[in-house]
Design a protein around this ligand. Structure first.
Ligand code: NAD
Length: 443
């Protein structure tokens, strides 16, 4: 099938490559012409396991192409995906300007029946807005004779395993009331729907809300566990035991109940906020979501509070080794990353940071530029050299079993502030470390 994808970010690029790999003929279009040029030369703008080879292979075999020519892009696809950003507006609601700009572009160049699919995360009612924008634009062109469908098809991929998630989706949610659109969508996704039925057809509004409900539920689990961790810490309990104790109940499960330093990334913070604003807009007080957001905001500062308390509020001139910058492992995404809140608080207090991340160093350099109080180090060992303590913010696999003797040798004092509970407090104490973790009272 001929497919056009607007937006070559995490969602558009991955979805485009995965659809091409299944045999569809895909054109990805982006307004960022530099990105398009680089993609054509084989430079992948983001880090996702498996993405680079997938893009290169499908590009080389002619199933995947990149363009900034909107006219050619609209002409290509019987299916037009909208996969552009929906960043928070000033008040936290989802800003739809990119989504509606794409809707307008499609309507300006459309000359046959096309299916417009909203893959971006958008508030309930957006499909109606997309429909209205296309209808107005077609009318202005004198082409009200053209028909089209607008479908909601939210994306559930996880950064860090985006390719695998798209290749083997848990479910494919399709919001439509059009039989024709449903049939075309079933054909599009047939290669991903072979082992058992994954397609869930529903009305458009329910599909739009499903995406927010999914992200808000996951954010709720994280904030809930962080709240329990705070309680455990103060009550002399061990949150890791509590986690196992509750996870063993199949109604709760082990997934997504890890305490830490708060959720980040481009989705959870913005989607929780956007749903709160949607609720405000209909004068409904979303009490749970507001609490989830407030807990997360505090949790992001919790590691700094521990560090500050340990040094009795005297961080001036201290140097900290920081392992992990990305908001989670296997990505280079730094959007809303807890590491940023921590580093900025350390800098404000007069401390320096020597940081290492397997993938997010370039992105950190781009965000913060060159500054005297940030050294980006080539290895995790180099980051330790002469530092007063080690701080761990992202649970990359390579941090799980480090050489503790070397850590001790390199640090001026054997102190670790661990925001991800990577090590056992008792073992750390035997190794003569002062070890702070999350939700476990033992140091
Ligand atoms: P992104 O910021 O990585 O990429 C968006 C891309 O769209 C950019 O390359 C931008 O240049 C391009 N763009 C903007 N306006 C355009 C236009 N008029 N025409 C063509 N291209 C245009 O965004 P993302 O992370 O891929 O997210 C896209 C959407 O998917 C958002 O709504 C997000 O909430 C949702 N989503 C994201 C994830 C994720 O993990 N990142 C997962 C599921 C859903």
């Amino acid at each position: 099938m001929n497919v056009t994808v607007f937006g070559t970010g995490y969602v558009g690029l991955v979805q485009g490559a995965v659809l091409a790999n299944a045999g569809h003929q895909v054109v990805c279009v982006d307004v960022d012409s530099h990105k398009i040029e680089r993609l054509k030369e084989g430079h992948i703008p983001i880090y996702e396991p498996g993405l680079e080879s997938l893009v290169k292979e499908n590009f080389a075999e002619g199933r995947l192409d990149f363009t900034n020519d909107a006219v050619a892009a609209v002409a290509h696809g019987d299916i037009q995906f909208i996969a552009v950003g929906t960043p928070p507006d000033e008040d936290g609601s989802a800003d739809l300007k990119y989504v509606l700009a794409v809707a307008e572009t499609i309507a300006q160049h459309m000359d046959r029946h096309q299916i417009v699919i909203n893959k971006s995360t958008v508030p309930v009612g957006t499909a109606d807005k997309v429909k209205a924008r296309i209808t107005e634009t077609l009318a202005a062109r004198g082409r009200s004779d053209l028909t089209f469908d607008v479908v909601s098809n939210p994306e559930f991929l996880k950064e860090g395993s985006a390719v695998a998630d798209c290749q083997k989706p848990d479910r494919i949610v399709i919001g439509t009331d059009s039989e024709h659109a449903e049939e075309v969508m079933r054909e599009l996704y047939a290669p991903f729907n072979r082992i058992h039925e994954k397609i869930i057809i529903m009305d458009v509004r329910s599909a739009e809300l499903t995406k927010y409900a999914a992200n808000c539920m996951l954010a709720t689990k994280i904030s809930f566990m962080n709240e329990m961790a705070n309680l455990a810490e103060r009550l002399g309990a061990d949150i890791e035991m509590v986690r196992q104790g509750i996870g063993s109940d199949p109604r709760i499960g082990y997934h997504f109940i890890y305490p830490g330093v708060g959720y980040g990334g481009s989705c959870f913070p913005k989607d929780v906020q956007a749903l709160i604003r949607t609720a405000d807009g209909i004068e409904f007080d979303a009490k749970v979501l507001k609490a989830v957001e407030a807990r997360n905001y505090e949790q992001k500062t919790s590691l700094f509070q521990k560090i500050n308390r340990h040094y009795e509020s005297d961080l001036q001139g201290k140097t900290f080794a920081l392992w992990g910058l990305a908001f989670k492992p296997n990505t280079d995404d730094m959007r809303e990353a807890p590491s940023r809140v921590l580093m900025e608080a350390l800098w404000m207090a007069g401390a320096k940071v020597q940081a290492y991340d397997p993938e997010a160093m370039e992105e950190t350099q781009r965000i913060y530029g060159n500054r005297d109080d940030l050294a980006l180090c080539g290895t995790k060992e180099a980051a330790l050299k002469g530092a007063d303590a080690l701080i761990i913010v992202t649970e990359w696999k390579s941090f799980r079993a480090p050489d503790f003797e070397l850590i001790k040798q390199q640090l001026s004092q054997p102190i670790i502030f661990d925001g991800r509970n990577l090590y056992e407090p008792k073992r750390m104490s035997k190794k003569d470390f002062i070890y702070y973790s999350v939700g476990r009272s033992a140091e």
